[in-house]
Design a binder for this molecule. Structure first.
Ligand code: FAD
Length: 416
């Protein structure tokens, strides 16, 4: 069923009785050409592009819980392609271009809103760094505007410009950045992939990986054995656990990241704004709630919940940027498990084990990458060679010494 204004009208006239479920609930088949572990944004997008762009439709996505239960449904919905390094920038810009046509492509309203992402700077040195980043973006064909203090004040007059410790000096704006309704992305990709014949199998946990003569031949799951030609792992915060099933140690640590939403307020923030003197980012949802977050909790964990010390830390940074936040009530907070790579850059690569492909290491930033990651991972699986924009996202780059260290913080996952 194609969604359109006409279909809404027609179904309305019929008492909304003829809507169909957005995707099927198939029983697993004994064998697929490709099995994808993880029904998050990346796993579903990979299945969608395998079917749509590469004609591989005998595909299953195995999700241990329900679609959208992981980070894809827990993030703060920010998308952007304001990266500095050549190993990152073309990839995130490919993703941004896919966002720009995504809703028409998969026929689902994901509320893609290019409302702009503004990074504030608070010192001359930081402005220099942003100038450099903005120039690198422009050299890659990505939009970037350096704003002075007066321009930022016109956009966001309620910021604390004269904060004694963190005065606002200006900001780097990417107007094409913004927000997307996160679970709409999962649902849109699931529906689109299902329509092309992909089996999305929920409540199906992969518990072991079977190998024959060193090659992966299938997976043991909570719903029995499922054979496959190729196995693609896209389980984000659970990457190390799944890799352990084939005795593989990944250059990844799992950490909790929390997010928060406030009570509904009248519209007052019409872009995404980030604090440059700490880690705080905020936007306002269409319902009026402020959606915000900050740093990871800083300890290794697989629990999807955080602790109070980080709540205080995040709120402090928010109040330093917008003093009026002190009067806003927080409605909800939640946590997700981040797959923190050693250099802050993801991995989209084959593994040393035949037929096993890996998509991991997304840190704070995997939501914005969802379309690009799905497309490039599908390219790798279908053609057995990396897409040109992911050539530096290799698993062995840590052993080879070719890190893609966007933040320049070295091999410290808790800092990325
Ligand atoms: C609080 C928070 C805020 C964030 N904010 C942003 C942001 O503003 N912008 C941005 O770009 N990124 C953001 N991120 C990061 C982003 O959400 C993630 O990097 C991205 O969603 C990860 O990819 P995914 O969607 O495939 O992961 P997930 O949705 O976590 O998908 C992985 C899936 O694998 C399943 N799985 C795990 N193990 C197994 C198994 N053994 N068998 C079967 N299934 C399994 C899990 O249940 C899960 O559904 C944020 C993350 C969090 C937690």
């Amino acid at each position: 069923m194609r969604y359109s204004a006409f279909s809404i009208l027609l179904n309305g006239l019929r008492g909304n009785a003829s809507w169909k479920p957005a995707w099927r609930e198939p029983a697993p088949k004994p064998h697929y050409d490709v099995v994808i572990v993880g029904g998050g944004g990346h796993g579903l997008a990979t299945a969608y592009y395998l079917a749509k762009a590469f004609g591989i439709r005998n595909v299953a996505v195995l999700e241990k819980s329900y679609v959208g239960s992981g980070n894809v449904g827990r993030n703060t919905t920010i998308i952007r392609s304001n990266y500095l390094l050549p190993g990152n920038n073309p990839f995130y810009e490919l993703s941004m271009k896919l966002w720009e046509g995504l809703e028409q492509d998969f026929n689902f309203n994901a509320m893609v809103s290019q409302r702009g992402v503004l990074n504030l700077c608070h010192s001359d040195a930081q402005r220099d760094a942003y100038t450099r980043r903005g120039n690198a973006m422009r050299l890659h064909g990505v939009d970037a505007d350096l704003l002075d203090r007066a321009q930022v004040r016109t956009m966001l007059p309620f910021l604390d410009f004269d904060n004694a410790r963190f005065p606002i000096k200006g900001g780097l704006l990417q107007r094409r950045g913004g927000t997307v309704r996160h679970d709409g992305v999962a649902w849109g990709y699931a529906r689109g992939a299902d329509a092309m014949g992909v089996d999305i199998i929920q409540n199906c946990e992969v518990t072991a990986i079977r190998r024959d003569n060193g090659k992966v031949t299938g997976v043991e799951t909570s719903r029995g054995f499922i054979g496959c030609g190729k196995l693609a792992v896209a389980v984000a915060g659970n990457s190390s656990r799944v890799a352990e099933m084939v005795d593989m140690k990944l250059p990844i640590e799992s950490h909790v990241l929390q997010a928060f939403v406030s009570e509904g307020l009248k519209p007052f923030i019409d872009c995404v704004v980030t604090f440059g003197a700490g880690h705080f980012y905020v936007s306002q949802s269409d319902k009026g709630g402020l959606v915000f977050g900050g740093d990871i909790d800083g300890y290794n964990s697989y629990a999807q919940r955080g602790n109070l010390a980080t709540v205080e830390h995040v709120v402090e940074a928010g109040k330093a940027m917008i003093p009026a936040l002190s009067r806003v009530r927080v409605l909800r907070a939640w946590g997700g498990i981040m797959d923190m790579s050693m250099d802050g850059t993801p991995i989209i690569d084959r593994t040393p084990i035949d037929n096993l492909y890996l998509n991991a290491g997304w840190c704070y930033g995997g939501f914005k990458a969802t379309p690009g990651s799905g497309f490039c991972f599908a390219h790798l699986i279908a053609k057995d060679e990396p897409h040109q924009v992911t050539r530096e996202m290799r698993l062995d780059r840590f052993a080879r010494g070719y890190l893609v260290d966007e933040k320049g913080q070295g091999a410290q996952p808790n800092l990325h």
